[in-house]
Write a protein that binds this ligand. Structure first.
Ligand code: NAP
Length: 526
């Protein structure tokens, strides 16, 4: 929506295609119980207008999905954005037409909404520029478990949750997966279900959200200081105003470390992983934080065997740190069971439930797949995107994504990706990361227009150098050491490439700014 807003302000004609029936993106699709996001740090990051940020009030530190979706709808209405958004429309293909210097974009009625499709929808449109605002986590990863379609009960994916209320009262429910979405939804599902069985492949670290109402004083303090907060955020690696890290966990005594981890645990949220500068660089430092969380799990979970099973053994922060409300405590409930898939793997899904190797089958009424996404590249590679000479993006990226600044792809002129692979994206506060890309792309298009040119394209040497820099930077972090979705490890057959840029928001934004100031260095303009 911000892209549309900026393009309009700059005098471009823009049209947005959206598969769903409404605005909100992540918050439109991810309606699973317990879906929340930290709006305290987001609330001083929206750039649409000063008036908007003054007039909107968030009710909680971690706002629930319905409130965030209400906000998205409010923004769409307030800025009259809907008239340029075509809903229920999926982009099936985008082909660069060499002779005409335009993108030819094939539109398909969204299958799920096919009956509601406006029959007047054009099948193909052309555009000078094509901007992929398709999100980093938008294509659901539904594992290919044998028999998946044979199940006679209800199945759900957290990222494709129905719009109607789902009530698990009186049901036996399976949740497969223990990532962020599962960790948020499991405590709520457990309150409703008769019996909840959680199928865990890899235990995950979760820190408490410490969610609370946003008190009027706090809101007023934030609102009167938006500009300052934003300026501070932009100097931080994550572009969020968390407490600054202390220099090194190795330089402090056990008591000092314990006090700092406890302080951050009580504060709640992702700032925990920023306690020390070396937490994501040094294994010993990382081990201190991991031990602290494992100690908390042992304190919270009554049954020592369950506590041990819930205790992760990998590097903390390697997979995305989860933020929870009562996740570990939920395993003290008598109606919740944990199944370790490393000991008793899923053999198949049957008509009545989940069959395991080496254990009795688990009969259930509903299965929730909290199995994540084909992250960062999945959505783009499922679209039939073709650049110069008809080259498919799937060929250009067959060894993993290659971009210049995560914004553009050599051989794919006039194509931009918002928070694409190779940009800080998922390692930053997403809203300012998106805003930075939107502002940069708009300025870039204005520049092309001002020069009376029509084509801008990333050059291969600049792209190669950027990809190398992204990879070298990733190698300096412990984040590249486990089977996470950051490296595509959650999707069978996906190339193992560390996709986001880990060098931090300030360095990245400065680099983008420099490229623009140098006349779009690394881009060919014609
Ligand atoms: P995820 O982190 O990728 O977690 C997916 C879970 O499913 C993992 O536990 C994974 O196990 C498991 N899984 C995948 N395939 C499986 C299979 N075939 N059999 C058994 N288990 C399987 O996905 P997510 O929880 O949807 O979260 C994705 C990202 O969205 C997060 O990392 C975060 O960036 C964002 N998010 C943020 C929030 C928030 O706090 N605001 C909430 C939700 C999501 P393995 O670990 O073994 O692969």
């Amino acid at each position: 929506m911000y892209m549309l807003h900026r393009l309009r302000k700059a005098g471009f004609t823009a049209k947005v295609f959206e598969a769903g029936t409404g605005v909100g993106g992540t918050w439109y699709w991810n309606r699973y119980p317990g879906a929340r996001c930290d709006v305290e740090s987001m609330s001083y990051s929206f750039q649409f207008s000063d008036d908007l940020q003054q007039e909107w009030n968030w009710s909680e530190r971690y706002s629930a999905q319905p409130e965030i979706l209400r906000y998205a709808n409010h923004v769409a209405d307030r800025f009259d954005l809907r008239r340029d958004i075509q809903f229920r429309t999926r982009v099936g293909a985008a082909h660069w037409v060499d002779d005409a210097n335009v993108w030819s974009i094939r539109l398909e009625p969204e299958r799920r909404n096919a009956e509601a499709v406006d029959k007047t929808v054009a099948e193909t449109v052309t555009a000078r520029f094509c901007i992929m605002a398709t999100g980093c986590l938008s294509t659901a990863n539904l594992p290919d478990i044998p028999g998946r379609d044979d199940f006679l009960g209800d199945t759900y994916h957290t990222g494709r949750w129905p719009h109607e209320d789902v009530d698990f009262s009186g049901q036996r429910v399976a949740v497969i997966g223990t990532g962020s979405s599962a960790i948020q939804s499991i405590p709520i599902i457990a309150e409703q279900a008769d019996l909840l069985t959680v199928f865990q492949r890899t235990a995950n670290y979760a820190v408490p959200a410490q969610n609370a109402a946003l008190e009027p004083d706090k809101v007023a303090a934030i609102k009167s200081n938006y500009a300052r907060f934003r300026a501070i955020a932009q100097t931080r690696i994550s572009c969020a105003v968390f407490d600054l890290p202390r220099p090194s966990a190795l330089l402090e005594t056990p008591d000092e470390r314990e006090a700092e981890f406890e302080r951050r645990w009580q504060m709640g949220g992702l700032g925990f992983i920023g306690a020390y500068e070396d937490l994501l660089r040094d294994e010993t430092a990382n081990g201190f934080a991991a031990d602290f969380v494992r100690g908390k799990i042992r304190e919270i979970v009554d049954d020592p065997e369950t506590a041990a099973l819930l205790s992760p053994t990998n590097v903390i922060g390697c997979k995305r740190l989860c933020v929870d409300t009562d996740y570990y405590r939920t395993f003290n409930r008598t109606n919740v069971r944990l199944v370790d898939l490393n000991v008793t793997p899923i053999r198949e899904i049957t008509a009545t439930g989940v069959a395991l190797v080496g254990a009795a089958p688990v009969d259930v009424d509903a299965i929730v797949f909290a199995t994540g996404f084909d992250a960062m590249t999945g959505t783009l590679l499922r679209m039939d995107i073709r650049g110069r000479n008809g080259t498919p993006l799937t060929d250009a990226w067959n060894g993993g994504p290659r971009t210049y600044l995560g914004l553009a792809v050599a051989g794919f002129p006039n194509l931009f990706v918002i928070t694409g692979p190779g940009s800080p994206s998922v390692f930053t506060n997403m809203i300012p990361a998106i805003e930075q890309h939107v502002d940069w792309i708009t300025d870039c298009l204005e520049n092309v227009r001002a020069k009376d040119k029509s084509v801008i394209e990333a050059e291969t040497p600049a792209q190669d150098a950027w990809v190398e820099h992204v990879n070298l930077t990733a190698d300096t972090s412990l984040r590249s050491t486990c089977s996470s979705w950051y490296i595509g490890a959650n999707v069978p057959g996906k190339p193992r490439v560390f996709m986001p840029y880990i060098g931090g928001y300030p360095a990245y934004a400065a680099r983008c700014e420099q490229v623009a100031q140098d006349g779009y260095d690394g881009f060919a303009v014609s």
